[in-house]
Ligand binder design. Structure first.
Ligand code: DGY
Length: 338
């Protein structure tokens, strides 16, 4: 019998889904948007694999709805905070994601946000479109320099490193902090191959003009940037978040912006997504550049993500190890084939 794979969206960018559909029986949900959990549970019954997105909830209920035939859940996303990893491990199911293929594109967006926030490009554009451009104004739309500023990167995987390389190109002093590249205390402050220097978090917070977040959301990183961290930043600093909304305490961020103790923020991600017709006060703040979670949204990158997600399913269902299992997941199913 042919293997069956559920895709949680009927259509996705690129040719990955069609390629997958040529190799397995593809089960597609009826509508274009995110299906209700009950619909997904019904469609999942008896499938061998699930291809889903980062904002789908991969919980025990979905895994159990699929049943013992399920061997692999493949996310077309880098982030996997919507996955109950313990439930997957308990059931011997491989979880995969799409690291690498979206790093440069997401780094581009982080730079777009920091340029917009620092140079106040959104408000300048709005003022032109609002008919307010009556004269050249030496004192109007004044932002802060990006060239020569200190860029602090928190989280130093592929995306963080791609941001560092862009910072170097802008003549910035680049610092980074991550668990794996913490300074060793030897006083060695030579920049790495991306032109960035590893520092501890207090140093990064105190010295950076722009702070860009690139950590996954986990219990350890939830509210990593809270009131204390915001207080430790320069009042002229810009915070950029293309990681996950939950990494920042949004109430504390709004307070800092209101109080003028932080210059600006560029935010592609929020605690509440999607926002629908009522954007939050934080998203509407004049010193915030808000975007609707589009870090990896280019035609080729989204196609590469779907391709890699399809390949991971084909690997596992073909009896091979997944090429990009999430950290902590076995690349092969830990059970007898059903
Ligand atoms: C990712 O890949 O994690 C993006 O945020 C889209 O989910």
């Amino acid at each position: 019998m042919a293997q069956r794979v559920l895709t949680t969206r009927p259509m996705l960018p690129g040719g990955g889904l069609d390629r997958l559909g040529a190799a397995v029986d593809l089960v597609r949900p009826p509508g274009p948007g995110k299906p209700a959990p009950e619909t997904l549970h019904e469609l999942a019954a008896g499938v061998d694999g699930i291809l889903c997105l980062g904002n789908d909830s991969v919980d025990a209920a979905l895994l159990d709805a699929a049943g013992p035939s399920l061997k692999v859940v493949s996310l077309a996303s880098m982030g996997f905070d919507g996955v109950d990893q313990q439930a997957a491990a308990d059931r011997g199911i491989v979880i995969t994601h799409t690291p690498g293929v979206l790093a440069e594109t997401t780094a581009d967006l982080a730079f777009g946000l920091l340029l917009m926030a620092r140079r106040r490009l959104g408000t300048a554009r709005d003022s032109l479109l609002g008919g307010e451009w009556q004269a050249f104004d030496m004192g109007g739309h004044l932002g802060l320099d990006v060239y020569g500023a200190t860029l602090g990167i928190i989280g130093y995987g592929a995306i963080g490193q791609a941001v560092a390389r862009r910072g170097k190109g802008f003549g910035m002093r680049v610092l980074h902090h991550s668990r794996s590249t913490a300074p060793d205390g030897t006083g060695d402050i030579a920049p790495d191959e991306n032109g960035s220097v590893a520092v501890d978090l207090p140093t990064l917070l105190a010295e950076s003009d722009i702070i860009s977040l690139h950590v996954p959301l986990s219990p350890a990183t939830r509210n990593l940037i809270g009131a204390a961290e915001l207080r430790a930043m320069k009042p002229t600093a810009t915070l950029v978040n293309t990681a996950r909304g939950g990494v920042v305490d949004e109430d504390a961020l709004l307070e800092a912006l209101d109080a003028g103790t932080l210059h600006s923020a560029g935010l592609d991600v929020f605690a509440r997504e999607p926002m629908g017709p009522e954007p939050t006060a934080l998203a509407r703040h004049p010193r915030v550049v808000p975007l609707p979670h589009i870090g990896s949204a280019t035609e080729s990158t989204r196609a590469h993500m779907v391709d890699l997600a399809a390949d991971n399913i084909l690997d596992v269902l073909g009896g091979n190890p997944a090429r990009t299992a999430i950290p902590g997941s076995s690349p092969v199913p830990r059970k007898d084939p059903a």
